[in-house]
Design a protein around this ligand. Structure first.
Ligand code: NAP
Length: 525
């Protein structure tokens, strides 16, 4: 029997519209669920503004943090069946599924802890009040208050749990109600989580709602105090940037888009050393984890010319060893890509990149399912497309470079702005030169070296304590990064007035410092 995915809007699950979209198991191509193809965004936004917003704003940070903790508990209670759903509908291995689901709970948990540290405050201020005139009584203080609207979260298909909840954790803690919209291939995982929240009574206050189906023609419903946080392709981001919501209604838009992340192998790295082993292990994992469907996956590999052929061969061997297949089968380490559309798009991307280089792959055949063999394309130094086209699957290009930091930086920059870039080297000077030239073109730089190879999570892991988002084509957005992220859902208000009166007005606010947060306990007068 196929499962029916419902919107949860205005306190109740909504009947599915007659128009439905099907969700397929990407290993077997069997239909597993149907979801409404038309969304109820209008009602959800109204309910968020009228019910969810006031409910959240009446809570202290500590109380909001308790909500986040309750969300964690609700997910943990269904973790095993949820992993199975993720395997069935996303083509994920159990490891991939855990990466998504445990990533969601750990991010919620992280923001719950931060919220707890903010105590009984409901808003926060920056530092101390500033004296504005000769008379010390006239002061100004920057206060951050939650936006008086709804946060619309438009998510990509590849991390239905993490993507939905890393955004929600921050918005809810900031005091802004969420309307979340998953992409179809991940919608069953998102729906199961929402059911779990509902069963624990966490959705009654209108602070978290979900709509399925296209909202492309409804963005004009958003108004000035609403915001959009989008994760997806740069093509969709371009549409959102010129939407009525943004252009006419002044809606705040945060974009986390695609990225041609690169890895640089330093010229100092010996192919029999620990740094090289870390490079090989991490690069192969980035190409095959979630079948390469990660925004932070490595897409471009830059190797010093003298060892390019040998390293390409080592990478090929590492990829050949990855067992592919239906992820419900024992020992499978890479499943199919998530949908028929993805499959088509990845295969056409490989064909396009292949025109600029040589395909290095060991093709494997499957009777059915959306499988793609891990593929390297050894590109020509003059290749252009590999710096322009994101192939969102188990695919990366390999490019030989002259071993200088200048050339490595020039190549990395040709990606026009990346979420992350990684560099493997034990030569601090080489890395410092590279960083000075390419730092501003990345949202994150991962430095792999002998010293951290045992401890580091690898270049593809997004950490809640650190900023996520890259410049340029990566969207120019910012998510996570600790409490700073609350500002994305707040309005900065420069409050001016008498020092004692401001002290009363803002005295219970938390103080957001540059490196830590302490409950204010009163503004010094
Ligand atoms: P996508 O096709 O751009 O879709 C993303 C979301 O936008 C979906 O929920 C989609 O839903 C919605 N959407 C599409 N057109 C829209 C429109 N005109 N108005 C409003 N919403 C619209 O991307 P995807 O295929 O799901 O995800 C893969 C891409 O996401 C890759 O390029 C990847 O690099 C990127 N990604 C980035 C990050 C990051 O953090 N930077 C993380 C994960 C993925 P409907 O199709 O139902 O409209």
């Amino acid at each position: 029997m196929t499962y029916t995915i419902q919107n949860f809007v205005a306190g109740a699950f909504q009947p599915v519209a007659s128009e439905t979209a099907s969700l397929y198991n990407p290993s077997t191509e069997a239909v597993i669920a149907k979801a409404s193809a038309r969304s109820g965004l209008d009602a959800a936004l109204r309910h968020a503004r009228q019910v969810g917003g006031p409910a959240l704003r009446s809570l202290t940070f500590k109380q909001r943090a308790e909500k986040l903790k309750a969300m964690v508990d609700a997910i943990v209670a269904i973790r095993d069946p949820l992993i199975e759903v993720s395997v069935e509908c996303g083509g994920n291995t159990r490891g991939d599924a855990k990466f998504d689901i445990d990533g969601a709970t750990s991010t919620l948990q992280f923001y719950a802890q931060l919220g707890e540290s903010l105590g009984d405050a409901k808003i926060f201020v920056e530092g101390e009040p500033l004296q504005l005139a000769r008379n010390p009584r006239w002061v100004g203080h920057h206060a951050w208050v939650p936006q008086d609207g709804a946060a619309l979260h438009i998510n990509a298909f590849n991390f239905p749990a993490w993507n939905m909840l890393e955004k929600a954790a921050v918005a809810l803690l900031a005091g802004v109600p969420v309307v979340t919209k998953p992409a179809l291939p991940g919608s069953l995982v998102a729906a199961r989580i929402v059911e779990a929240f509902h069963s624990k009574g966490l959705l009654a206050d209108g602070t978290f709602q979900i709509v399925h189906g296209s909202i492309a023609d409804q963005l004009g419903l958003l108004t000035v105090n609403d915001s959009i946080a989008f994760t997806g392709s740069s093509a969709t981001a371009q549409i959102l940037r010129v939407s009525d919501a943004v252009v006419r209604n002044g809606v705040r838009l945060n974009v986390e888009a695609d990225s041609l992340n690169s890895v640089v192998l330093g010229p100092d790295v010996q192919t029999d050393g620990e740094t090289y082993r870390a490079f090989l292990r991490d690069t192969a994992r980035e190409i095959t984890q979630k079948a390469g469907q990660k925004c932070t996956a490595i897409r471009r590999i830059f190797i010093p010319t003298s060892i390019a052929a040998a390293v390409t061969e080592d990478l090929r061997a590492a990829l050949r060893d990855v067992k592919m297949g239906d992820p419900t089968q024992e020992g499978v380490r890479m499943g199919p890509v998530a949908s028929a559309e993805q499959h088509k798009s990845v295969l056409s991307g490989i064909a396009a990149l292949a025109a600029e280089g040589k395909v290095v792959a060991d093709p494997r055949q499957f009777e059915r399912g959306y499988f793609v063999t891990p593929t390297l394309i050894a590109a020509d130094a003059n290749a252009k497309l590999l710096h322009e086209r994101e192939v969102f699957g188990p695919v990366a290009t390999v490019l030989a470079y002259d071993g200088t930091s200048g050339t490595a930086a020039t190549l990395a920059k040709r990606g026009q702005g990346s979420l992350q870039g990684s560099i493997y080297s034990d030569d601090g000077e080489f890395v410092a030169d590279y960083f000075a030239q390419a730092g501003a073109w990345h949202g994150r730089i991962f430095w792999g070296s002998e010293k951290v190879s045992e401890h580091a999570a690898g270049p593809g892991a997004v950490l809640a304590s650190l900023h996520h988002g890259g410049p340029g084509r990566a969207g120019g957005g910012s998510e996570l990064g600790g409490l700073e992220a609350l500002k994305h859902y707040g309005q900065r208000v420069a409050v001016q007035g008498s020092r004692p009166l401001l002290s009363k007005l803002l005295g219970n606010a938390a103080v957001l410092g540059s490196s830590n947060v302490t409950p204010a306990g009163g503004v010094p007068s």
